[in-house]
Design a protein around this ligand. Structure first.
Ligand code: ADP
Length: 452
């Protein structure tokens, strides 16, 4: 069945079901019309015998048969026998086989003779003060089978025609209904070969039907693919762009050092610049790798039950020690909060949030880190009283390589920190939000739902 098209499968299914229906109908028609025909024959036989019996009289002690007696009527032969079974009158051509049949008043016998089935009906006619007479009616059941055979003939012609018609109809209907599928696969094929994800499937037809919905599902899938593909392309182009700057600087510094550097001091200066830009490249490459690993889910094996209260507390301590600005870090951490986490990533998320405050916070400002457990979640927040973020920038700060105001971050920010925070939070089943007022400060809140 595999190698057949859907159209052929539907047509075959139609044909098989119809053949079955026709066979069953044919069987019932023959059975019912056969038995109905026999029933009619039986009642005609009884009626004829009774009518003829009423025509038998005695006249002056002699048997007299009235004019209305019909020895052969409606394919029924009527025979008259004396009480002892001697034949008195017969028009039946094969009456010798009838001699072997016992007389039985009021019953119909079915007898086979010479390949034919006969019905034989006996009636004992009693006439007062005279000997009784047997009246026997005989008829072949052929009359009934004639009807049956004509029904059979009609059915044998009509049924194959009906099956042929329905199968062809089913095939054509399936072909018509499946036409949009061909359309869908042609367009999908075109999109696949041209790589043009902006193309969409347009099919004519009923908006409510399944094929229209299938086309819509494909279109939504293409929308998502296009968006993701576009984002990936943008990401690759941004990443290359970000890498190109340090590489250009490094190459320029190398050339300068080789060709122009006159003394040790200038050489040191060139090496210092090269080192700074190499660090930046290393940082960028490390971040890109982290994104890729998270997207490919290759780090899920490192998930552990972690005491995040301790983790947050030690990270805050380290960060405040290496701080480059006079900003006071305070922490309000509920002890012994545990959750399943990837230790390194979780630390990276917190470091990114804290370092942003050191980068965008005001001198002598504050950072407040808070970790607490609520009814159904663990909440980590990092609040500052720094420069804040403009309302129009808020939705964009989660995008990779987005820097709200390049002049504020100088050259040090890559625009990847918050994108990574968001991805790590989601990787842990949580989400991150921000509230910020320009010039007054920001609060970043990461919420992890607790699964009981
Ligand atoms: P960057 O490497 O530029 O810091 P991020 O993704 O960490 O990249 O941040 C994106 C932008 O969000 C930054 O350019 C900065 O303008 C803004 N930002 C992030 N954190 C803060 C903060 N705590 N206060 C003010 N602005 C912030």
């Amino acid at each position: 069945m595999q190698k057949f098209s859907i159209k052929s499968k539907i047509a075959i299914w139609f044909a098989v079901v119809l053949i079955l229906v026709c066979a069953v109908t044919f069987y019932f028609i023959t059975a019912i019309s056969g038995s109905a025909a026999e029933r009619d024959t039986r009642s005609a036989l009884i009626r004829t015998v009774e009518e003829n019996a009423s025509e038998i009289k005695y006249d002056d002690g002699k048997l007299h048969i009235e004019n209305k007696f019909r020895a052969y009527k409606n394919r029924i032969s009527t025979l008259i026998y004396a009480e002892d079974g001697t034949e008195i009158s017969s028009h039946f051509p094969y009456d010798e086989f009838l001699d072997d049949i016992e007389f039985e008043d009021g019953s119909i016998n079915k007898v086979r003779y010479d390949g034919e089935t006969y019905l034989v009906y006996d009636m004992l006619v009693k006439i007062r003060r005279h000997p009784d007479v047997w009246v026997r009616g005989v008829t072949a059941t052929q009359g009934g089978s004639l009807i049956v055979s004509s029904v059979k003939k009609t059915a044998l012609i009509a049924f194959p025609l009906l099956i042929l018609l329905a199968t062809a109809g089913g095939y054509l209907l399936a072909k018509h209904l499946l036409r949009p599928i061909n359309q869908i696969s042609r367009i999908a094929e075109k999109i696949g070969s041209s790589g043009d994800l902006s193309k969409r499937i347009i099919i004519e037809g009923n908006q409510g039907d399944e094929l229209y919905q299938l086309a819509q599902t494909f279109n939504r899938m293409f929308d998502r693919l296009e968006t993701n593909f576009e984002a990936e392309r943008q990401f690759t182009s941004d990443a290359s762009h970000e890498l190109r700057t340090p590489v250009t600087v490094i190459l320029a510094q190398c050339e300068y050092a080789f060709e122009n550097a006159s003394g040790e001091e200038e050489l040191y200066e060139a090496i210092g610049t090269i080192q700074r830009h190499s660090y930046r490249m290393a940082h960028l490459i490390e971040s890109l790798l982290s994104f890729t690993r998270m997207e490919q889910n290759t780090e899920s094996a490192n998930f552990d039950e972690v005491n995040i209260s301790e983790l947050v507390s030690s990270t805050c301590e380290e960060q405040s020690m290496i701080a480059q600005k006079e900003i006071i870090l305070s922490a309000d951490i509920v002890p012994e909060i545990r959750m399943r986490a990837e230790r390194q990533m979780f630390t990276r998320m917190l470091i990114n949030l804290i370092q942003n405050v050191y980068r965008y916070g005001k001198e002598n400002g504050t950072i407040h880190v808070c970790l607490k457990k609520e009814a159904s979640s663990i909440v980590l927040s990092v609040a500052d009283d720094g420069i804040g973020i403009a309302a129009e920038d808020l939705p964009k700060i989660w995008k990779r390589f987005y820097r709200a105001d390049k002049s504020r971050s100088g050259s040090s920010g890559l625009g990847l920190g918050l994108a990574m925070v968001k991805q790590i939070a989601e990787y842990h089943g949580g989400n991150v939000q921000v509230q910020s007022t320009l010039g007054a400060g920001s609060i970043f809140t990461v919420v992890f739902p607790i699964h009981s």
